[in-house]
Write a protein that binds this ligand. Structure first.
Ligand SMILES: Cc1cc2nc3c(=O)[nH]c(=O)nc-3n(C[C@H](O)[C@H](O)[C@H](O)COP(=O)(O)O)c2cc1C
Length: 385
């Protein structure tokens, strides 16, 4: 009998190399970015979320669950999940179990939208709360957010405490940790950025003052669940929701230095500045490099990455992990597709935020299923990015 010569195992691409995050062994670097999907009816997570998340779970992977309301005033979009009632905690448990059974770590992103809301979402139709009473300037989307009410100084500790309790609840539900949502123009970002913070108390004015709310939230959450179960998401360069800073580099640096003061804080997750288009292709601008260099812990980069750019940034040490949003949304087996350099499903933007429990949610085909499925799929996905 003739044996074929032993083939050398193909070297793993950088994205599929193992990584030790704190005490956790990850088997690859392809993280599911937090993605609001608006399918938690009545703010209660639903059984279909167990299907959706476990489809995307891999042994040794890291999933970050969608932004989740910390309190009744935290909501700004329809059918977002909460983590402030016992019913919500219980509803998360089977979802977390399903992900754990597949061997992934699972973090919950905890948020408060602040002024990115309307009176319709607020208890008793009250005004959304914020760092400011300045309303978001309506843009082309025709979405009009209500004029917010500026929080009084003495009300702020309660909001900080809501974050703390939400983190504790997330751990009770079984999550491995929480990601504090300090990005994208929501409440924490409203305090941090000078376009949305016009306060004159100790939470406004200087950079230190504007970051005070964020730091108090992180303090409280770290004290409650431990630094090794806390990640923080920041987007100093993003101007979403009329929320931008006149000196994003100083803001990002200040926050990273603050994060370094928590020994063992698990990760810093930063969103890239907008993409540059170079020769017709989107290129990562590597605008997060100063923050990456300053941060002592695990650094996750996200925003616009594909396989090639992800491999590049892991290989050159710009990021430890890369979080994928839209590509992971449309490809439940994204790490496997990256491994094989297989073609990707196109994501369907029109169903990002719709409420169906299957369509555009759990019906994106896996690689192996693709051939037989494509003929019978009820709708085709079009990439409108
Ligand atoms: C449908 C959708 C929902 C999103 N929801 C959240 C969210 O809940 N929390 C968050 O921090 N970012 C959210 N984002 C931003 C993504 O996490 C990610 O940063 C963004 O999509 C850019 O990464 P990508 O180019 O890999 O998609 C969302 C993006 C999309 C497309």
């Amino acid at each position: 009998m003739v044996h074929a010569p032993a083939k050398e195992a193909a070297a793993a691409i950088p994205l599929l190399k193992p990584y030790k995050m704190g005490q956790q062994e990850l088997s690859h670097r392809v993280v599911l970015a937090p993605l609001t999907r608006c399918r938690s009816y009545g703010n209660v997570p639903q059984p279909h979320a167990a299907v959706y998340y476990s489809q995307r779970a891999t042994r040794g992977g890291l999933l970050i669950a969608e932004a989740t309301d910390i309190s009744p005033t935290a909501q700004g979009y329809p059918e977002t999940p909460g983590i402030y009632t016992q019913q919500q905690i219980e509803a998360w448990k089977p979802i977390v179990d399903a992900v754990h059974r597949k061997g992934s770590l699972f973090f919950l992103q905890i948020w408060h939208v602040g002024r990115v809301s309307t009176t319709d979402f607020q208890p008793n139709g009250q005004a959304p709360i914020s760092s400011t009473d300045k309303q978001i300037t309506p843009d082309d989307s025709h979405m009009v957010y209500s004029k917010p009410r500026r929080l009084r100084t003495d009300e702020i500790p309660q909001i900080v405490d809501d974050f703390r309790v939400a983190a504790r609840n997330a751990i009770e539900a079984g999550f491995d940790g929480v990601e504090i949502h300090g990005a994208h123009g929501y409440l924490i970002d409203q305090f941090m950025k000078d376009s949305a913070n016009d306060r004159t108390d100790q939470y406004g004015g200087s950079l230190e003052n504007r970051c005070r709310f964020a730091v108090e939230v992180i303090d409280a959450v770290v004290a409650e669940v431990g630094a090794d179960r806390v990640g923080v998401r920041l987007s100093p360069y993003i101007d979403f929701m009329d929320c931008f800073d006149s000196d994003p580099e100083a803001l990002g640096s200040y926050m990273v230095q603050r994060l370094n003061k928590y020994p063992g804080l698990l990760y810093c997750h930063m969103v890239e500045p907008r993409m540059a288009i170079v020769e017709g292709r989107r290129k990562i601008t590597h605008g997060l490099l100063p923050f990456r260099k300053q941060f002592n812990g695990t650094f996750i980069a996200s925003g616009g990455y594909d396989r090639e750019e992800g491999n590049k940034v892991v290989d050159d040490g710009y990021a430890d992990l890369v979080a994928y949003g839209r590509l992971f949304l449309g490809n439940p087996d994204l790490p496997r597709r990256f491994e094989l350099n297989a073609p990707l499903n196109k994501y369907d933007r029109s169903t990002f935020y719709t409420h169906n429990s299957v369509v555009g949610y759990t019906d994106y085909p896996f690689l192996e299923e693709k051939k037989e499925d494509s003929a019978t799929r009820p709708h085709s996905h079009t990439n409108q990015s």
